[in-house]
Ligand binder design. Structure first.
Ligand code: PMP
Length: 437
């Protein structure tokens, strides 16, 4: 409903949004927990936009900070120069990051953060005289954005199929014995750490001294909300430590309070060497991402003679002043309202309501952690993803935005959500499941 059908004549919505032409859904306004469409209809946001608007929409303090910054300093080149807000924001981020992760590099998106972290990992080994470490290990069903490095280490074969050569020397941890299902919650072995055995297999196969880094999402989000079993991430850390391999957590989704701590690294008690973030960093208001690194990574690049640029990397819009202003106001809002740990208070209610959906039609699994939830539906034979998409459409028509990824319904509401709104989301999903055959 809503809007001028001619609007889509010039815009290229990406292929995953093809249905837009048949039924345009135009969002016109947002505030707090809600969107309003072009017809003025209110829609409860069960996704924080796209896992990013953690403090709720158009928060006045964040809006004011962006407006003021636009009038004060619009752009500052970060080659050979800097500006105070970049240092201030980096400092604030390291204050909530795991201990020892004291350096921040700014990007403009999650995809750029992933490329940056992969390049940092390779360059780190090379400047330390370990140039033979060229392999990167990702994980089956991992999602790390759409740039070439990200799709190479990413575990989604369909995202690679158009492009021929990928990064050389990449391999993937298999984390399930049946790739069609999420073995993390269905039929998992007694000891979750056993899933990490597959990294041992890859180390034996490739010679671990050729591996530069392992990259995983602590909780895989966009491939269906896959929760790691107890001990899994610890075990990855142990294996990496034993072989001198860097561990990268892609926290683009899990960062900034989604799991009940600032980062999932803290929730699961495992500190990586590099962490990629974006989305919640600026509450979705301005594009920005970052790589948070252990000091040793940055120090290794600074060790050599001053005239020698060992590792050339940077974007025109790295540490953009508007993004830095938005980021500072966002982190201040998170702190003032206790949002980075609020998921701890609400996760029990979300878990209870979600798991009650196990008896709803076509539900085959329910998974959750903090304020992220996933409800997996049986795919309709011959029509993978169709049932999930119809549930999305039904919920949207009934005033609730959820996301479907394949046949998994994903929920990740803003962290300001009230208990009654959790009920509204789950009730709307239940009603939709009753209507969608
Ligand atoms: N990594 C993860 C874990 C993500 O979920 C995403 C986006 N959903 C990305 C990277 C890519 O981020 P962006 O779309 O901002 O490039």
């Amino acid at each position: 409903t809503g809007g001028d059908a001619a609007l889509d004549a010039f815009w290229m919505p990406f292929t995953a949004n093809r249905q837009f032409k048949k039924s345009p859904r135009l969002l016109a306004k947002a505030s707090g927990m809600h969107y309003w469409d072009a017809d003025g209809r209110e829609i409860l946001d069960g996704c924080a936009g796209l896992w990013c608007v953690n403090a709720g929409h158009t928060r006045p303090k964040i809006v004011a900070a962006i407006q003021a910054q636009a009038a004060e300093l619009d752009f500052a080149p970060t080659f050979q120069m800097g500006h105070p807000l970049a240092f201030e924001l980096a400092g604030q981020i390291t204050r909530i990051a795991p201990a020892g992760m004291g350096k921040v590099f700014f990007t403009n998106s999650g995809s750029e953060s992933v490329e940056t972290a992969l390049k940092m990992a390779l360059a780190y080994h090379r400047v330390r005289g370990e140039g033979q470490r060229t392999r990167l290990i990702g994980r089956e069903r991992g999602y790390h954005g759409v740039n070439f490095g990200g799709i190479s280490v990413g575990g989604i074969v369909a995202n690679r199929k158009m492009f021929g050569a990928m990064l050389a020397g990449v391999d993937h941890i298999r984390h399930t014995h049946d790739p069609a299902r999420n073995a993390f919650s269905v039929g998992q072995p007694a000891h979750g750490a056993d899933f990490a055995d597959d990294l041992e297999r890859l180390c034996a196969l490739h010679d671990p001294s050729t591996i530069a880094a392992v990259i995983v999402e602590p909780i895989a989000g966009s491939t269906g909300v896959l929760i790691p079993p107890q001990g899994y991430l610890q075990r990855l850390r142990e294996i990496c430590d034993r072989h001198g391999i860097l561990l990268i957590f892609d926290e683009v989704i899990t960062g900034f309070g989604r799991t009940g701590q600032p980062f999932a690294a803290q929730t699961f008690g495992v500190t990586p060497d590099l962490m990629t973030v974006a989305k919640g960093l600026t509450n979705g208001a301005v594009p920005m991402g970052a790589v948070i690194a252990k000091d040793m990574i940055h120090d290794a690049f600074m060790d050599g003679p001053e005239h020698l640029i060992e590792f050339f990397h940077g974007y025109t819009y790295s540490a953009h002043p508007l993004a830095c202003a938005a980021g500072l106001a966002t982190l201040q809002t998170y702190a003032e309202e206790g949002l980075l740990t609020r998921a701890q208070q609400l996760q029990g209610q979300l878990a209870e309501r979600l798991h009650a959906l196990r008896d709803a039609p076509n539900v085959i699994d329910v998974r959750n952690y903090g304020l992220v939830g996933g409800v997996e539906l049986a795919p309709r034979p011959g029509e993978p993803g169709k049932r999930g998409f119809e549930v999305f459409l039904d919920c949207y028509a009934n005033g609730v935005l959820i996301r479907t990824t394949g046949d998994t319904i994903a929920m990740s509401p803003p962290l300001i959500i009230e208990p009654a709104q959790i009920d509204q989301i789950v009730d709307t999903v239940r009603a939709a499941l009753g209507r969608v055959a």
